[in-house]
Ligand binder design. Structure first.
Ligand SMILES: [Zn+2]
Length: 184
């Protein structure tokens, strides 16, 4: 009952999210009200909610710019792998851009399958299993170099795209996507 109460309070404070995941409870508890609420950007028809405390506007432009570019690129790239197996799932993408200490805290991020990557520290992760219904989530470490953040966004956005078009979430094409470039 106590857990349910805490969960309810969290849900009330996360106004824009559909709230159905107790798995994220501890994680949400470590965010500031600003990070919890997030802000919505519609990018190429995808609803993306950024949960970040962007005091640096240049950094904000950088992250949003990369997410935008890679959503477009993922669409193009995925078409090389045959037809999507479903109509695109209307899935709100939540991106949590928070410190590496939070992302790599095993107690906070207990729902991630750490054993899958030999319990190594990560730069980011994609989750569609425990994310609230109708949503998918990218966890992104904000405390790495721009190059690392860039590569992580690119990789995790591709997993989101695999999920959105009902492809199996596998690594081979996600790594290939990392080397994919669209020349303007
Ligand atoms: Zn991956």
């Amino acid at each position: 009952m106590k857990n349910f109460f805490i969960f309810s309070i969290l849900c009330m404070s996360i106004s824009k999210m559909s709230c159905a995941s107790e798995y994220y409870d501890i994680f949400w508890g470590h965010l500031s009200p600003l990070e919890r609420e997030g802000f919505l950007e519609k990018i190429y028809g995808v609803d993306v909610v950024f949960h970040a405390d962007f005091t640096n506007l240049e950094e904000k432009d950088f992250v949003i710019g990369k997410v935008s570019a890679y959503l477009l690129w993922a669409d193009r790239f995925s078409k090389r792998y045959g037809k999507p197996t479903c109509e695109q799932k209307e899935t709100v993408l939540h991106i949590y851009y928070v410190s590496r200490e939070i992302i790599n805290d095993r107690d906070i991020m207990h729902f991630l399958s750490w054993s899958k990557w030999n319990n190594k520290n990560i730069y980011g992760a994609f989750d569609s299993t425990y994310s609230p219904k109708g949503t998918a989530t990218i966890f992104l470490s904000s405390t790495h170099s721009r190059k690392d953040v860039d590569e992580t966004i690119k990789h995790e956005i591709y997993h989101y795209w695999q999920y959105r078009i009902c492809q199996v979430l596998e690594e081979t094409s996600a790594y290939q996507f990392e080397t994919y470039h669209v020349v303007k």
